[in-house]
Design a binder for this molecule. Sequence first.
Ligand code: ZN
Ligand code: ZN
Length: 230
Amino acid sequence: LLDLLLPPRCLNCRTAVGEPGALCPACWSGIRFIAAPICQDCGWPKNHLGEDCPACTRRPLRLRRARSAVLYDEGSRGLILRFKHGGRFDGAPAYAGWMARAAADLLPEVDLIVPVPLHRWRLMRRGYNQAALLARHLGRLSSKPVGVDLLRRTRATPSLGGHTARQRHRLLKGVFSVRPGTEIKGKRVLLVDDVLTSGATLEELARVLKRAGAGAVDAVTLARVPPPED
Ligand SMILES: [Zn+2]
Ligand SMILES: [Zn+2]
């Protein structure tokens, strides 16, 4: 109801804007969208065309391809944190639109869109799963089915930041499972999350999904943290 009475506000800084779900010009110009040329596999911008992608040579490749809409940096951090923790989910339709554009080459092949699950305690505390919100809107935009409850997180994991690859692997071991009775054999799954950091969570989910029979697993995220060496 408030949306009808009050003028629409910038998703980031709350100044008045012309339409709901938009950014003001200043905030818009601060967002760095990830655009071609990108690595066709991991989706990272290619600085050195023609060379092997340094990010892909190090990753386990259970996740076939990944795309992200924006860089996670000074310009986007506030927006993403408010969406993730601050209850500002009015931006979800706009963010899903950005993600649909970033994953435009993946979406036609997708059979099922699946959000990264939150542990139920965290879900209760926060009241919403931001990845599920993005997945629902992406499903609507692309006319693809969304399996919101397909994956389960059997325990909450600490932040994976500051851990080595081996430690992240250990922290994620046995955390995820596919809900029994779900038929995903041969299906091409698109995982959805808010931020891609190390990619360890998405890789682990791709492993779990493929073991359960998924044909291929790709991922799209709203934002992406630059790899440490960039
Ligand atoms: Zn603004
Ligand atoms: Zn790559």
